[in-house]
Each structure stands twice: as structure tokens, then as C-alpha cells.
Write a protein that binds this ligand. Structure first.
Ligand SMILES: Cc1cc2nc3c(=O)[nH]c(=O)nc-3n(C[C@H](O)[C@H](O)[C@H](O)COP(=O)(O)O)c2cc1C
Length: 366
């Protein structure tokens, strides 16, 4: 009886997933989207000021990530120019995917349905394969101008926004949404989720905290389960998953398979790969500090190439500070680099000129 129930559950879920992605004009494309969508997914969270094209590139190369998202693109009153996408979504100009082949979604933040729809249509014209809408940003400046989490007070507006964007972008492009559980309280969480799904969002990511809860643990994964019960579209759990054990507990409590990883993945670049391996019943081999070095060097080389020498060191320090959460060895490097702003000296400290084998020897004996 139990196995019958499980089979029925999966058949229903399959049907929902089939419906969730609106069929595109091309059958092969639709088929690919269906199978991508059927397998359980791990997403890299959008993080403004942190997960830019460089970090998206290096993290998706490490592996285990099914899709990633731009930092939010704020829309107020006009259709943004191509230069905005060259800066915030450069992957659109090379097949809308990172070098590792991981698809990129474009995220918008705003409150005007028509303006958001016009910008979404423009982004689709540039090749955005999925449009994501942000209803979770807690920043005061953003909320003051009626954007992000403050809209969770107005489920009707959420519905109107998604409906207009859905109506405007081509049928083959999915519209998805990312929400928190509310602004001050969780009373409207289910109404908001229903409004988004009924408006046409084909997936929801739930950052399981209210705006006033900020980023303080815990994340209320049990609410992800309540949201999934309330809507028929797939729901992704998000918030406070830092380790494989956190993921196991999140899956158990939320009851959903799909997950979006934010700070946990930045602090532990192989977290998605570990989860994917565990999910597939394979042995989990953690990436140690030595194995992380080429990834760090790659990040630094790209930062050097793409950013001004004034800002590149800051980005490296920002990431290193987060890596200290998972790698005690990162403290020594962070402390050594803390006051260093000269790019050539940072090259030397990272051993960028040394052949990799020499550098690994050096690290192993440190
Ligand atoms: C520095 C930072 C920037 C963020 N920027 C965005 C953003 O641009 N769009 C968005 O939807 N969420 C943004 N978020 C929220 C994350 O996507 C995610 O929901 C949150 O960090 C919780 O997940 P985590 O506990 O796995 O980090 C941001 C979070 C942080 C810490």
C-alpha cells in the first residue's frame, strides 16, 4: 500500500512538473526542459554584491549546481539598456550559461507589473531562458521604494506582477519567484505563495524566514512544507543549509527535494556536489583546502582581469572571509591578506606564478 502511495505521489508530481513549465514552441526544447525539471534540482542562490559572474563561474565549475541566478536587477520606470545585462548578466551573451554549462536565470526586483513585464520581455530577447522575480529583498532602501520583501504585505500585487510578466514573455520561457515567509509575520505566507503560483509562477523558492528575521538562524523549514502543500508548483527550500547534515534535516523537515543554496555554498564550494553525490547514493568526498587552491587562484585571476585593481583585492578578501567558516586554513591566508591591496603582492601570496605542483607541495608542508 505504501509503495502504491509513493508511486501515485511521483506520478502526480511528474504531471505537475510537466504542467509547471509551459511548453515552448519547439518539442525538443520542451522535452529537455521537462527532463531537467523532473530531476531534483540544486540551485545557487542570487546574492547581490557577492555572487557575480566570477563566483558563478568558479562555483558552477566545482559542480553539482543545476542552475544559477543573476544578482537582482532593479526595475523602476524604464526598460533597462543592454549595458545593464553586460554588467549583471554577461552569460546571456555566451548562451545564457556559465562556462561549465550551468543555465543562468535573470532576476528582477520591482513593483510595477507593466514595467517588470517590459523588462522581462527585453531580457528574453537577449536570451534569458527563465525570468525570476524577487519578493524577498530586506534592504531598507529597496523596501522603501516598494520593492522586495515589503510586497509580501500585498498578495494581490504579487499576483498582478507575476500574471503580467507571464502574459508578456514568450510561452516557452518560465517565470519563477523567490519569496520570504512574510514581512513582519508569517500570516500571509500561504496567500502569497498561492498568489504567485496562480499568477503563473512555475516554481517558487522559499527563503524560510520573514524580512524582520533577516538572516538570523533558524530558517523555518517546516513552513516550506506548508507552502508546498498550498501550491501545485515545485517549491525549493532555501535558508541556513551549510553542511550535508543541514541538507538532510532540511529535506526531512520541509519534505521537498529541490534546494537553493546561498552562503553555505559560497563558504563550502563543493556543498552542491556533496549533496548531489549523497542524493545519488555515491560516496561523498569533501574538497580539502589544498584541492580548493586552484579554484581560489582561478577566482583571483578572473577578478584581476575583470575588475579594477582597486576593487579586486576586496572581492578576494570577501570570499576568503566566508571560506573561514568551513576551512580553518583560510584564517591564515585571510590574516596575511587583510591589509594587502597590491595585486602583484597578492599574486605572490597565492603562489600564482608557481607551477601548481610546487604550490600544492608548499601548502601540504605548511
Ligand atoms: C549578500 C547577500 C545578497 C543577496 N542578494 C539577493 C538577491 O540579489 N536576490 C535574492 O533573491 N536574494 C538575495 N539574497 C538572499 C539569498 O538568495 C538567500 O535567500 C539567503 O541568503 C538565504 O539563503 P542561505 O541561508 O543559504 O544564504 C542575498 C543574500 C545575501 C547574504
Amino acid at each position: 500500500m505504501d509503495s502504491l502511495r509513493v508511486t501515485v505521489f511521483h506520478v502526480v508530481r511528474l504531471g505537475v512538473r510537466w504542467q509547471a513549465f509551459h511548453p515552448g514552441p519547439c518539442a525538443a526544447y520542451t522535452r529537455r526542459r521537462f527532463f531537467e525539471n523532473f530531476s531534483m534540482q540544486i540551485a545557487l542562490a542570487p546574492m547581490e554584491g557577492l555572487v557575480d559572474e566570477i563566483l558563478r563561474d568558479v562555483l558552477t565549475r566545482v559542480g553539482g549546481i543545476d542552475w544559477c541566478v543573476t544578482e537582482f536587477i532593479r526595475v523602476t520606470e524604464r526598460v533597462l539598456p543592454v549595458s545593464t545585462y553586460q554588467k549583471l548578466a554577461p552569460e546571456l551573451f555566451s548562451g545564457a550559461q556559465t562556462a561549465a554549462g550551468t543555465p543562468l536565470r535573470v532576476q528582477f526586483l520591482g513593483s510595477d507589473p507593466q514595467c517588470l513585464a517590459d523588462n522581462a520581455a527585453f531580457a528574453c530577447g537577449l536570451g534569458a531562458p527563465v525570468i525570476d522575480l524577487n519578493f524577498g529583498c530586506p534592504a531598507k532602501t529597496v523596501n522603501k521604494s516598494r520593492g522586495g520583501a515589503v510586497l509580501l504585505k500585498e498578495p494581490e500585487l504579487l499576483h498582478a506582477i507575476v500574471r503580467e510578466v507571464r502574459r508578456t514573455v514568450p510561452a516557452g520561457i518560465a517565470v519563477t519567484a523567490k519569496m520570504r515567509l512574510g514581512f513582519e509575520h508569517k500570516d500571509y505566507a500561504l496567500d502569497c505563495a498561492r498568489a504567485l503560483a496562480e499568477g503563473g509562477a512555475s516554481q517558487l523558492v522559499v527563503h524560510a524566514r520573514t524580512k524582520v528575521e533577516g538572516y538570523k538562524p533558524p530558517a523555518h523549514w517546516e513552513w516550506v512544507a506548508r507552502v508546498q502543500e498550498a501550491v501545485r508548483v515545485p517549491v525549493f527550500a532555501n535558508g541556513e543549509v551549510w553542511t550535508l547534515d543541514d541538507w538532510r534535516r532540511c529535506r526531512e523537515i520541509s519534505g521537498v527535494e529541490d534546494i537553493m543554496l546561498g552562503r553555505g555554498l559560497v563558504a563550502r564550494p563543493d556543498l552542491a556536489r556533496q549533496i548531489a553525490a549523497a542524493r545519488a547514493g555515491q560516496a561523498v568526498v569533501e574538497m580539502d583546502w589544498v584541492a580548493l587552491q586552484p579554484v581560489l587562484a582561478d577566482f583571483w585571476r578572473q577578478a584581476r582581469r575583470k575588475m579594477s585593481p582597486r576593487y579586486a583585492p576586496g572581492r578576494l578578501k570577501q570570499w576568503l572571509a566566508m571560506l573561514t567558516r568551513s576551512y580553518p586554513e583560510a584564517f591564515a591566508l585571510f590574516n596575511a591578506l587583510r591589509r594587502e591591496n597590491d595585486c602583484s603582492r597578492i599574486d605572490a601570496m597565492l603562489g600564482i606564478d608557481l607551477p601548481l605542483s610546487k604550490r600544492q607541495e608548499q601548502l601540504a608542508s605548511a
